[in-house]
Every structure is written in structure tokens, then in C-alpha cells.
Write a protein that binds this ligand. Structure first.
Ligand SMILES: C[S@@+](CC[C@H](N)C(=O)[O-])C[C@H]1O[C@@H](n2cnc3c(N)ncnc32)[C@H](O)[C@@H]1O
Length: 254
């Protein structure tokens, strides 16, 4: 039975339940996310150092990223999520299967999506990811890194999916984006008009934000107005407790 009151206890976040709930197939939401990643990254230099912040137990955002970065750092708050990502990076037989996501990304990029094409991209991702780190968006310095400002920061469904407080969401995004160098790029996906999201029998809080909230915050924290692009798509299942997804790309002021 679904528990309708939200938990704040992250120790009950089950990484495999989350993967099965949201990444078991490529519906219109996941297709839109992959398409956004391909479009947003197409303008990024392959010489970039990229951080995936709050990547959870997923590697889908690394698929397109691997083609546009010489080095990728990955972080999440939960060890259980980092464990799932390490399993995939180490080709563990019980790792989650991302093959359909890789194939679809290759199709969207116009690249070879044969078995060999998929294997080549898997190898590239595994070569590019050099650090898997713990992070905490509550902290002014959310990760321990010697990188003095990332060229690109990707963060999907993290800040707004870790709280139901607008104030805390603003603080999370401020802390997360402080890791981007001046002139660097933010690539972010968020829930839109959310109240919560389910993971197995648990319900986690999400903040209720819309395009205007995002725009206002990004300008306040140092992104160049002319570079902020926001798109949205509707949720693809009526069972979801959010209206849709928003996709943001923005450049930090120099
Ligand atoms: C909805 S999941 C998103 C995971 C993944 N990025 C995706 O696209 O599916 C929310 C993520 O926020 C992370 N999280 C929760 N509290 C956090 C915090 N204080 N700092 C950073 N990440 C946090 C969780 O570990 C979880 O991986």
C-alpha cells in the first residue's frame, strides 16, 4: 500500500525500486529527458570537465555527457545510489541495464546504434568517469573536489526532489551551482508543479515550482538572463504526483 505522508528519512530510499519505477522503459518523459540531454550537450566542448550532481542510482545522463567531456565526476547523497552506479561502471552482472537508454541516445545523436555502437559508448562512459563522490546540497561546499569550478554541471531531479520547502530548494540550487565556474554551463531537469514522488511503498517530498520560479532563482544567483532557456513537457502517467518536467540550460555570468 502507498504511504501518502512524505518521508524525510533518506535511509528508506530504495535505489532498485527507484530505477524500476522511473527507468524500466522509455516512455515520453524519458525520451524527452534523453533528447534534452543530447540538445543541451551539443553546444559543449569535448574538452570540458563535467559534474553530474545528485545523479542518484542512474547513469542515463552520462551517455550523452561522455561525448562532450574529457573527464566526468559523479556524485550523490546516498551510498546506496553510488553503489548502483559503481556496479554499472564496473560491469557487475547485477547492475541495472541501461542498454535501451544508450541505444536511444545514439539514435538521437545520429550515431551508430548497433551492438558495437552501444559497446563503444559504454566503454567511453567508463573511461570518462574518473570520480564517484558523496555530496550534500545543504552544504555551501557540497562536494570535496580540487576542481576550481566545473565547465558544465548536470543535475537532474535533485534539488526540487530533496525537499518540499521553496526556501530550502533555493538554497540547494545556490549551493549546487556554486560549483560551476564563471562562464560555465548549467544543464538541469526538474519536476514541475510537484507535491511528491513515489519510490516503492514510500513517498518522498518535492517542491512545487514552475517556470517563473526557476527563472527568478537563476537570475538571482548569477546566471545571464539571455542564456536561460526553459522548456517543459507533461507527465506521461496519470499516477504521477507532478504536472510535468522542466528542462533548463543557462550560462553563469563571468
Ligand atoms: C529523485 S532522485 C534523482 C536521481 C537522478 N538524478 C535521476 O535523474 O533520476 C533525488 C536525488 O537527490 C538526492 N539527494 C537527497 N538529498 C540530497 C542532498 N541533501 N544533497 C544532494 N542530493 C540529495 C538523492 O540521493 C537522490 O539521488
Amino acid at each position: 500500500m502507498i504511504n501518502l505522508s512524505h518521508t524525510r528519512d533518506w535511509s528508506v530510499f530504495n535505489a532498485r525500486d527507484y530505477l524500476h519505477e522511473y527507468y524500466a522503459d522509455i516512455g515520453s518523459e524519458n525520451l524527452a529527458i534523453l533528447h534534452f540531454m543530447v540538445r543541451a550537450l551539443s553546444e559543449v566542448s569535448p574538452d570540458s570537465v563535467l559534474l553530474d550532481f545528485g545523479g542518484g542510482p542512474t547513469v542515463y545522463s552520462l551517455i550523452a555527457s561522455a561525448n562532450h567531456a574529457r573527464e566526468i565526476h559523479f556524485c550523490d547523497y546516498l551510498d546506496t545510489n553510488l553503489e548502483q552506479v559503481r556496479m554499472w561502471l564496473e560491469c557487475h552482472p547485477q547492475a541495472f541495464n541501461w542498454t535501451e537508454f544508450i541505444k536511444t541516445t545514439l539514435v538521437l545523436e545520429g550515431n551508430d546504434y548497433s551492438k558495437q555502437g552501444v559497446c563503444d559508448r559504454e566503454r567511453k562512459i567508463r573511461q570518462r568517469v574518473t570520480q564517484v563522490l558523496h555530496c550534500d546540497a545543504n552544504l555551501p561546499q557540497p562536494i570535496e573536489t580540487d576542481v576550481d569550478g566545473y565547465d558544465v554541471l548536470v543535475t537532474n531531479f535533485c534539488a526540487e526532489s530533496a525537499t518540499d520547502s521553496v526556501e530550502q530548494w533555493r538554497r540547494f540550487v545556490t549551493n549546487i551551482t556554486s560549483l560551476i565556474k564563471p562562464g560555465g554551463r548549467l544543464i538541469m531537469s526538474t519536476l514541475k508543479g510537484a507535491s511528491s514522488y513515489g519510490v516503492g511503498a514510500e513517498s518522498f517530498p518535492a517542491v512545487n515550482i514552475m517556470e517563473d520560479d526557476l527563472m527568478e532563482l537563476l537570475i538571482d544567483i548569477g546566471f545571464n538572463y539571455n542564456t536561460v532557456h526553459i522548456e517543459s513537457v507533461p507527465a506521461d502517467r496519470p499516477s504521477r504526483h507532478y504536472q510535468g518536467l522542466m528542462f533548463v540550460s543557462a550560462i553563469k555570468r563571468t
